[in-house]
Ligand binder design. Structure first.
Ligand SMILES: [Zn+2]
Ligand SMILES: [Zn+2]
Length: 172
């Protein structure tokens, strides 16, 4: 059976028109080799007046390379394998700092934990209610509803909830 729910209460929209230039830059970073990617990420930190540190770079790079909207715990567990001295506090503090500077996005979908992603193109999210995976999908820029035309819209978020393809296979 195909289960698909769109909860109107969470049907908010995403678009931040000012972000266009940054988005294009970000798309390029993903395709760079390690050395050039590190160079670009250092520049992002510098441009945002964030003091450079090996661990900050490591966390940012992790988010650039992992598009599965990881939680802070997941980031910490994975990075601990690469850098055994990294602390949970460093991961949390860095995520907060990068979120404040809008370099990454914190996603709060009322799940067990908040999730993080490296800011990129406007996109919608599908959340699986079974396995809690979050999947990106492209959305076309939408017209601002007539009722809101005198408002300043900063962000538009689109969230679909339901059961993902994998979980559907498991139950059928
Ligand atoms: Zn699932
Ligand atoms: Zn996303």
């Amino acid at each position: 059976m195909f289960i698909f729910t769109i909860d109107k209460n969470i049907f908010r929209c995403i678009f931040n028109k000012k972000r266009g230039a940054m988005e294009n830059k970000i798309k390029e970073i993903n395709h760079l080799d390690n050395e050039n990617r590190t160079k670009e990420l250092k520049k992002i930190l510098e441009d945002n007046n964030i003091r450079l540190s090996h661990q900050r770079l490591l966390i940012l790079d992790y988010l650039v390379l992992n598009h599965n909207h990881p939680s802070a715990e997941k980031i910490y567990t994975d990075l601990k394998k690469v850098d055994p001295v990294i602390s949970q506090a460093t991961v949390y503090n860095t995520l907060n700092l990068l979120t404040d500077k809008r370099i990454i996005r914190e996603l709060d979908f009322n799940m067990v934990s908040k999730r993080y992603e490296f800011s990129k193109q406007s996109h919608g999210h599908f959340i699986c209610e079974e396995c809690e995976s979050i999947i990106d999908f492209n959305v076309k820029e939408q017209d601002i509803p007539e009722e809101l035309k005198d408002y300043d819209i900063h962000t538009v978020e689109i969230v679909y909830r339901g059961i993902c393809h994998n979980c559907k296979k498991k139950t059928s």
